[in-house]
Design a protein around this ligand. Structure first.
Ligand SMILES: [Zn+2]
Length: 251
């Protein structure tokens, strides 16, 4: 402590200590997430997906090309819905849970189609390699409210995209109907050194009230997709996601 309080370069030393504290807090949070992933009995499905043969993997796959009874959205891709909404397992955590669902593909990158979950207006920001967002001006479950549907990881590891040519970077307000093919799933993970399995991340993002989507990385800006897809998809309520259900939301 005397080292810290000594006036020589005190500001620098204080900043160094702060950075170390924040850094170790972040690493601890990540570590807890990974331990949760490894020890959660539900994570057996990840082992089954990673190590199982074709039939073991097939057991985990949800194929649902029609909307579930009573639900407005169609599942945007077939596959193993491995990470759920609100999921705290690594790389997520209790304080920063998963903001959507991850649908893992039983194919190589670039082969499993991704479809528009609902009618909406496609936007692709100029620097988005693997991502589209769709504006839905009238939330079918809460009329009058705007929501946004976010689809990402549609590129290969090097960032070569699998998005349909109709949606180049800079696309704005292009109307598409539900079920329109948007592209294909991939394993792009930005500049992160962490490799990911081929999948689609899909989430429902809230609007800021003026026709602009909020930051989709913040869990508080997203909503539970269960009722929209007619499938129980909330980590707090279901052991694994298997498909349509009569009462998909948490009690
Ligand atoms: Zn995800």
């Amino acid at each position: 402590m005397r080292w810290l309080m000594h006036p020589h370069r005190r500001g620098f030393k204080m900043a160094l200590v702060l950075v170390l504290l924040l850094g170790s807090g972040y690493l601890l949070n990540q570590a807890v997430g990974y331990v949760q992933l490894l020890t959660d009995p539900r994570s057996q499905t990840f082992l089954q997906w990673a190590q199982g043969d074709e039939s073991a993997r097939a057991e985990l796959i949800t194929e649902q090309r029609e909307a579930c009874p009573g639900a407005p959205f169609v599942l945007p891709a077939d596959g193993f819905i491995g990470l759920l909404y609100g999921d705290p397992r690594g790389p997520y955590s209790q304080s920063s849970p998963h903001q959507g669902i991850d649908i893992f593909s039983d194919t190589e990158p670039g082969l499993t189609p991704v479809y528009a979950a609902y009618d909406g207006y496609v936007r692709r920001e100029a620097d988005w390699r693997s991502t589209l967002i769709m504006r839905v001006p009238d939330d079918p479950l809460q009329p009058g409210r705007t929501i946004w549907l976010y689809y990402t990881h549609m590129a290969d590891r090097d960032g070569n995209d699998f998005i349909e040519e109709a949606f180049p970077p800079g696309t704005r307000e292009m109307f598409v109907e539900q079920g329109t093919r948007l592209g294909f799933t991939g394993d792009y993970n930005g500049a992160s050194p962490r490799t990911v399995w081929t999948h689609l991340h899909f989430s429902i993002v809230l609007d800021d009230g003026s026709g602009q989507y909020l930051n989709e990385l913040d869990f508080a800006n997203t909503i539970d997709p269960s009722a929209y897809l007619g499938m129980p998809l909330n980590y707090d309520c279901v052991p694994t996601a298997v498909g349509c259900a009569a009462n998909p939301t948490c009690k």
